[in-house]
Design a protein around this ligand. Structure first.
Ligand code: N01
Length: 533
């Protein structure tokens, strides 16, 4: 039963990790809940990003739900870094096991969200639905809204083209084709080795070289897995109490300066052998100290030179324009090795930019590359893009997207002043994109659950971020960010990849443990910095 005049207590937007858990949690709280999902099924980014090579770069045992002990006892991951089909199968299993699908309207995109004078939100969709709710939870994802294709001439292209972020369900047949791939972030470099295996030729169009660490993915170590299974509650509590929400990234926990240069090199080599993005956490000050950072950066460049046979290609692949970790660290399987294949060419489009797409391929300032297929791996409008794509307006008619565009501030990443009862899961200025996402999602969904229970049990109808508390939080995010090297790179972390997006660090860098502690203190102080009415 809905409490009050609304159709639903809660509307959840999205059916990825966050949306699925949101619907589960709020239903368990006895609330009436409806979910909307634009795709025809569950999965969120793991539904859409089914490109060849897509794989989790966090340990799958950690990148999974903790809310149900039955679920975590029964699900066995086959690999340390599960591939997209297995993660999507997991999310389907979660949806089935907890009977979540009946609560969702699929193939239905939320297009508008309006708050009325009665304090209810009205949600409109591209299918013509109009439903009202007391609370709205945007579980729309931080890296889900694809960056718009900026290339002239795409309509003329006579071949096929695909976005990694909207990869079709029917696997495109790339066998024996000439493929061009634009973009060398996490998506592009996961796809590169897989496409190279089947294409007759692959041209990789690279504008910015990346630092990537080998995943060293292995089948699940069942002994370790069973040991964790036997103590899941403690294990989950331990990982929640780390900076990044996962145990496997743990480095030395010390400054690089605590070691001699030889020791530092040895420790970096050890972490490299372990595999994965934890490399940038080898020392606590890789993200802060340029000298220590440069040693880690150079360590990776050495590995590139060691791996890539053609020194000219190795040089092009070596990043010199940003410190390691200031752009999202990538994790790969055989990325650098792939450039030793005779059917792979690296095209440096920083030196010779793409001028347009032609009927038959890609034109740069230097040459035309004839192609049958173009794959765009050009990234996302991070953190603010998905919510801003919905026309969300408060009672005064102000738009959330425009408010963020003018001056991006949030309180804890969870709420924005002027938008009562509207929650963003893993939102801007939260730590989400710098930490293991699944515990971050569970934290935020649980926070909203506790908050609604608090309001209902105190006869309160509304919660809203206080503008002063929001300004202080946003300043705190900036202050912590200024102690790091993040601003030294052009990156989506800073909003640089989207034209016209104001430059600012989009994430809280203080760590998941510090963040959740602060949020708890705020709740325990009676929702300090929120206006309740
Ligand atoms: O996107 P990106 P992504 N001409 O923005 C290039 C997560 N993720 O989809 O930097 C030519 O990193 C652009 O070049 P530049 C992860 O958090 C996780 O790869 O603008 N090139 C860049 O090389 C990740 O960070 C996994 O110079 C153009 C690339 O496209 C985030 O998602 C897997 C261009 C975009 O890289 C985004 O990753 C995949 C142009 N006009 C993604 N425009 C896991 O493993 C853009 N580019 C879990």
């Amino acid at each position: 039963m809905t409490k009050g005049a609304a159709d639903y207590d809660v509307v959840v937007v999205g059916a990825g990790f966050a949306g699925l858990y949101g619907v589960y949690r709020y239903r368990a709280d006895g609330l009436s809940v409806l979910g909307f999902e634009g795709a025809d099924d569950v999965g969120g980014v793991w539904y859409h990003n089914r490109y060849p090579g897509a794989r989790c770069d966090v340990d799958s045992i950690d990148y999974s739900f903790s809310f149900s002990d039955e679920l975590q006892q029964e699900w066995v991951w086959t690999e340390r870094n599960a591939a997209q089909p297995e993660i999507l199968a997991y999310l389907n299993h979660v949806a089935d096991r907890f009977d979540l699908r009946p609560h969702f309207r699929f193939s239905t995109r939320v297009t508008s969200v309006r708050r009325g004078a009665d304090g209810l939100w009205t949600v409109g969709t591209d299918k013509g639905d109009t439903v009202t709710c007391r609370f709205i939870v945007l579980a729309t994802g931080g890296l889900s809204e694809p960056k718009k294709l900026p290339f002239e001439g795409l309509d003329d292209f006579q071949g096929e083209w695909y976005l990694t972020s909207r990869w079709p369900k029917t696997e495109p047949d790339l066998a024996g084709k000439r493929v061009g791939l634009i973009g060398t972030g996490s998506s592009g470099l996961q796809a590169t080795p897989e496409i190279a295996k089947v294409a007759s030729h692959l041209d990789v169009f690279q504008r910015t070289p990346v630092f990537t660490i080998p995943a060293k993915n292995v089948p699940t170590d069942m002994e370790r897995f069973n040991a964790i299974r036997a103590r899941y509650p403690q294990y989950r509590a331990e990982i929640r109490n780390t900076r990044v929400g996962t145990s496997t990234s743990a480095g030395t926990g010390k400054s690089g300066w605590d070691f001699t240069p030889e020791e530092r090199h040895e420790l970096l080599a050890k972490q490299w052998e372990k595999g994965g993005g934890g490399f940038v956490g080898t020392f606590t000050d890789i993200s802060r100290d340029l000298k220590i950072n440069e040693e880690a950066s150079e360590f990776v460049r050495e590995r590139i030179r060691e791996t890539v046979k053609d020194p000219a290609v190795a040089a092009k692949l070596s990043p010199y324009d940003h410190p390691i970790g200031t752009r999202r660290i990538c994790v790969d399987t055989d990325y650098y090795e792939t450039f030793n294949r005779p059917n792979v060419t690296l095209v440096d489009v920083r030196a010779t930019p793409i001028t347009r797409i032609t009927k038959t391929g890609i034109q740069t300032t230097e040459a035309e590359y004839p192609l049958d297929v173009i794959v765009f791996a050009i990234g996302f409008d991070a953190l603010t893009g998905a919510a801003s794509a919905i026309d969300i307006r408060n009672e005064a008619g102000e738009s959330l997207g425009e408010t963020w565009q003018k001056d991006l501030q949030t309180y804890l990443g969870l709420m924005t002043a002027g938008f009562p009862n509207l929650f963003v899961v893993t939102g801007p200025l939260s730590p989400s994109v710098l930490v293991n996402l699944v515990p971050a999602v569970e934290h935020d969904i649980d926070w909203v659950s506790e908050c609604i229970r608090y309001l209902d049990s105190h006869g309160l109808k509304s919660i809203e971020a206080d503008p002063e508390a929001q300004a202080a939080w946003s300043a705190h995010v900036d202050e912590l960010g200024a102690q790091t090297l993040f601003s030294k790179a052009k990156s989506w972390y800073m909003g640089d990849n989207i034209e016209g997006k104001p430059r600012r660090l989009l994430a809280y860098v203080g760590g998941f443990d510090a963040y959740t502690r602060r949020v708890r203190e705020i709740v325990e102080a009676g929702y300090q910095g929120f206006k309740l009415s």
